[in-house]
Design a protein around this ligand. Structure first.
Ligand SMILES: N[C@@H](CCC(=O)N[C@@H](CS)C(=O)NCC(=O)O)C(=O)O
Length: 309
């Protein structure tokens, strides 16, 4: 099998979700540090337009969105099982809720102007560029950013519940082994906990701190740095592995020209030829001058598939 390559940047919470899963599974991986704002020419060369962080590359297979990345990593390294039968519905439901509602509540806290000023060490122009980039990414989104008072309220409510539940939990949310729910709840909390001043909120939550320490103890696996040019060359020198066939959608079939886009925010469309579509993922093939022929994978949930015009 080709190497696992994660395209990410250190401050990204969704990337932290995947780094922790790589740790839980003790995987070796290659790390490509990408820009945190547009333009991201080397990311877009691989994805065809999708710009969110992180993306996973395995040879010429490009996997977008942590919901699908986690599922792929679980298939590659089944232990610990992120989707055990005893939590099959609950862990996935909590994961989807945390990646959306909990993350939405965390963002305004982690992006408070005084926190951003420290994050960007007073570099006003960089901070402005970041704020403008995120505003552009959310343009037209059906889930606009929460007002601060609402975000604070919701975040506190959520972590109060978590603190109560963890008081009678084992090491992780569903027992002694972590599931997808742990990693999805962890990353928005990590986002806030690692920020100056707002991070102090967790001083009053000893059970959450212990649970976060349990996840941190899993580590991030074993990573080696490579450049984005090296990653592009790997994609170009590889042939995509196609592990599915057919289409579960009556109106679409393999070979159709399609456009896939997220439905929540950062809704940049990606065009290509459908390779296959099942209940978990839609996979399209596209060609890029530098990346060559790649297979780009998207989850079905939170993504729209249309016919290309
Ligand atoms: N549903 C996506 C969400 C990813 C996401 O929102 N990532 C943030 C960073 S943590 C992002 O893309 N921000 C804009 C950027 O990095 O360009 C996933 O699960 O991967």
């Amino acid at each position: 099998m080709s190497d696992i390559i994660l395209h990410h940047y250190p401050a990204s919470p969704f990337a932290e979700k995947i780094r922790c899963i790589l740790g839980a599974k003790q995987l070796a991986w290659k790390s490509v540090i990408i820009p945190r704002i547009m333009p991201k020419p080397d990311v877009v060369a691989l994805t065809g337009g999708y710009r969110k962080t992180p993306i996973l590359q395995i040879g010429a297979n490009i996997i977008c969105d942590t919901a699908l990345i986690a599922r792929k990593l679980n298939a590659l390294a089944p232990m610990p099982d992120l989707y055990p039968a005893h939590a099959a519905m609950s862990a996935e439901a909590i994961s989807a809720w945390a990646d959306a509602a909990l993350f939405q509540a965390a963002v305004p806290l982690a992006f408070l102007p005084e926190v951003l000023a420290q994050t960007f060490a007073g570099k006003e122009a960089d901070m402005q560029a970041f704020v403008a980039d995120r505003a552009a990414m959310r343009k037209g989104s059906p889930s606009p950013r929460l007002p601060l008072a609402e975000a604070k309220n919701n975040f506190t409510l959520f972590i109060n519940n978590l603190e109560r539940q963890l008081a009678i939990s084992a090491a992780f949310l569903f027992g002694n082994s972590p599931t997808i729910a742990d990693f999805s709840v962890y990353h928005p909390l990590w986002f806030v906990a690692t920020k100056p001043v707002v991070g102090e909120i967790f001083n009053a939550y000893p059970n959450i701190r212990q649970w976060m320490a349990n996840i941190q103890a899993l580590g991030h696996g074993h990573s080696t740095d490579i450049t984005s040019s090296e990653a592009l060359a790997i994609a170009n020198g590889s042939t995509a592995v196609i592990s599915g066939e057919g289409s579960v959608l009556p109106d679409f079939k393999p070979g159709d020209a399609i456009v896939v886009a997220p439905t929540d925010y950062g809704m940049d469309p990606v065009q290509g030829t459908m390779l296959y579509c099942n209940e978990y993922e839609v996979v399209l093939s596209r060609r890029d001058e530098r990346a060559g022929e790649v297979a780009v994978h998207f989850p079905r949930v939170n993504y729209a598939i249309k016919k290309a015009e």
